[in-house]
Design a protein around this ligand. Sequence first.
Ligand SMILES: Cc1cc2nc3c(=O)[nH]c(=O)nc-3n(C[C@H](O)[C@H](O)[C@H](O)COP(=O)(O)OP(=O)(O)OC[C@H]3O[C@@H](n4cnc5c(N)ncnc54)[C@H](O)[C@@H]3O)c2cc1C
Length: 282
Amino acid sequence: MPCMTMSSFWQPVSMRIEGIQTEIDGVFTYDLRFTKSADRTSYHFEPGQFNMLYLPGVGEAAISLSGDRMAESVWRHTVRVAGRVTHTLSRCRVGDTLGVRGPFGQGWPIDAWVGDDIVLVAGGIGLAPMRPVIYEFLRRRAEFGQITLIHGARTPETLLYSTEHAGWERGGIVVQATVDRASSTWRGHQGVVTLLLDRLSIARPQRTHVAMCGPEIMMRYAAISAARRGISDERMWVSLERNMQCAAGLCGHCQLGPMFVCKDGPVFRADRVHSLLAVEAL
Ligand SMILES: Cc1cc2nc3c(=O)[nH]c(=O)nc-3n(C[C@H](O)[C@H](O)[C@H](O)COP(=O)(O)OP(=O)(O)OC[C@H]3O[C@@H](n4cnc5c(N)ncnc54)[C@H](O)[C@@H]3O)c2cc1C
């Protein structure tokens, strides 16, 4: 199990909520810090990996790491209130503790992208698992060609991390935001992310990677758009979500054909999952 050094993967470690930021309505970012210093020494995750957050008596939920992997000892998670676990989490306060198992899964293959152009396509909260990649790009900007982030949301108010976008642009990442429903003050794009992908200047499709995270329908259409632009399936990457329980490839809840989303994903090369994307959780 990659990076699974701080405990057995069944055994949650205790983490304390150090900070809570309201990102948008119903979406909060939690800064978690190990309560035991021994756990801090093995602190490490790869962009795109996830943790299982455990609230005793309530349950566990898979949540991606959304912070900077170089930020010392703080594991940041951005959570949309969906059901039992996330609703209970939304009532937690700074100083409360919870259990964490992880990190799990395969992240974004950043090192394989060195020298190439990158297009990140994120829908809604799908930007959360991509933010650690963005921090990595900002740190290693000179190693990559053109980097573009296309981020779509329902309304301008629901664009995630909007206060950071200008800083990302200053760091050399082109940020294009688009919304389904514009407000009277919105000066950006309107429409689905694929419209922006269709219009994007792609100078060297054979040296361009497209990484996608968001609703599956969005990723499906973004993949069609990227294919039209000459980008092959081997250069497209998707982060998938399935109902997850053990997170270790044993229980079968997140099985996708011969693969497990928790262990073989959540990031997959598109050609590995293309024919399986219509399959719902088992
Ligand atoms: C690898 C991975 C990474 C994830 N990262 C994040 C993240 O960074 N932030 C975040 O907010 N959420 C993330 N999720 C989704 C999160 O795990 C689910 O929303 C989870 O079910 C929340 O637990 P809950 O007990 O609050 O809700 P539940 O009671 O489990 O579910 C609430 C509702 O959401 C539906 N649902 C459950 N799981 C999913 C799913 N995977 N996709 C779509 N609908 C679902 C249920 O059917 C139900 O209607 C991730 C999921 C996976 C598999």
